[in-house]
Every structure is written in structure tokens, then in C-alpha cells.
Design a protein. Structure first.
Ligand code: ADP
Length: 175
């Protein structure tokens, strides 16, 4: 990346991110509900290096990010080796999913290839900061997200304490 001077004129991430208004929408995968065939069609109809995984097409709440190459390799392997995986198999990026109907082909579970905490900025992050993040972390891409909430260390400790009461064998890790 070029030196910082390039972005001194108060550019925001929104000025550089894609898609632009005139572009096709962001190509995303849903965490469940797509078939192997649909995922293959999406991947083959674009050249993008990766795809955000979202909760649903309506919400676009972020689950993670999956690389094109990992998707293609996993689907190819599964088609060759995993018994019963066909074009109509459901692709599942969730940890648990409802049992498939009796006559449905077995699902293809791909949670293992999802980066579950991809780096993010907001559309209002100044570009010089975004460039710094790319440089310091050696990123190839970064997702642009909206604010949904906040989590503090105390929120986590309270949650872990509750969890412990329900499952007394577990001890909270020291944060
Ligand atoms: P690069 O920019 O390194 O060639 P990509 O091929 O992944 O990387 O991206 C090409 C262009 O498409 C970039 O402008 C990027 O912002 C955009 N892009 C990348 N992934 C997606 C996606 N899943 N949906 C829509 N646009 C994307």
C-alpha cells in the first residue's frame, strides 16, 4: 500500500469500499439454506476472493468470512469423498442444524473453513486508519459493518458465572 499521504483529505471507508450504488450487491453466503449447487453457482459467477457468511439474505448480520479457495477445495473434496454429498445437499455454516428430512441428501458442514472473527471497520472509519489496519495486520480484505451492540469484560464474566451455575463442572477462565 502507498504511504499515508494518499488519504490525508479526510476520505472515509465509505468512499473506497465496494459495492458502489451502481454495482451489483455484495455477494454473500447464508449460514444455512443454500445448496451445494447454489454455492457453486455463486462462486463461479464471480471472481471474488471471498464471501461474507450472513445469518440470512434479509438481515445480513455477519457470521464470518470464507475464502473462495477454501470453499472450492472443500466442495470438491466432499463431492469426491463424502458419501451422499450431491448438488442438492444443504451447505451448513452453523454449528448445529436441524436434522435433514428423511429423503434429503446429507448436508455439507463447512463451519470449519469460516473465519468467525474477521477484521471489520465501519463506513465512517477514516481511510488513513483503515490503511493502517491493512498494513499492520497484513490484510487482503476487511469487512465494513454496522453497529449492533457492545460487550464488556463484565458482561462476559456475568455470562460465564451464569453458565457455571447451570453447568457446575466448568470454571470461568480468568479474563
Ligand atoms: P482484489 O481486489 O484483491 O482483486 P477481490 O477479487 O476479492 O480482491 O475483489 C475484487 C473487487 O470486488 C474489489 O473491489 C472488492 O471490493 C469487491 N468484492 C470482493 N468480494 C466481494 C463480494 N463478496 N461481493 C461483492 N464485491 C466484492
Amino acid at each position: 500500500l502507498e504511504p499515508k499521504e494518499e488519504f490525508q483529505h479526510s476520505s472515509l471507508t465509505a468512499d473506497v469500499m465496494r459495492p458502489r450504488r451502481s454495482d451489483p450487491p455484495l455477494a454473500v453466503l447464508t449460514q444455512e439454506g443454500m445448496t451445494v449447487e447454489e454455492v457453486e453457482a455463486l462462486v463461479e459467477s464471480t471472481h471474488y476472493s471471498g464471501f461474507p457468511v450472513v445469518v440470512s439474505q434479509d438481515s445480513h448480520r455477519l457470521v464470518g468470512f470464507v475464502l473462495r479457495r477454501d470453499l472450492l477445495i472443500s466442495i470438491d473434496n466432499a463431492r469426491k469423498r463424502q458419501e451422499g454429498v450431491v448438488g442438492a445437499s444443504q451447505v451448513v455454516f452453523t454449528e448445529h442444524s436441524p436434522a435433514p428430512a428423511d429423503d434429503a441428501p446429507p448436508p455439507l458442514r463447512l463451519r470449519g473453513i469460516v473465519d468467525l472473527s474477521p477484521f471489520t471497520v465501519t463506513d465512517h472509519t477514516p481511510m488513513d486508519i483503515t490503511v493502517d489496519i491493512f498494513r499492520k495486520l497484513g490484510l487482503r480484505q476487511c469487512l465494513v459493518t454496522k453497529l449492533l451492540g457492545i460487550i464488556t469484560k463484565k458482561d462476559i464474566l456475568k455470562h460465564m458465572a451464569n453458565d457455571c451455575q447451570q453447568r457446575p463442572r466448568l470454571h470461568p477462565l480468568q479474563l
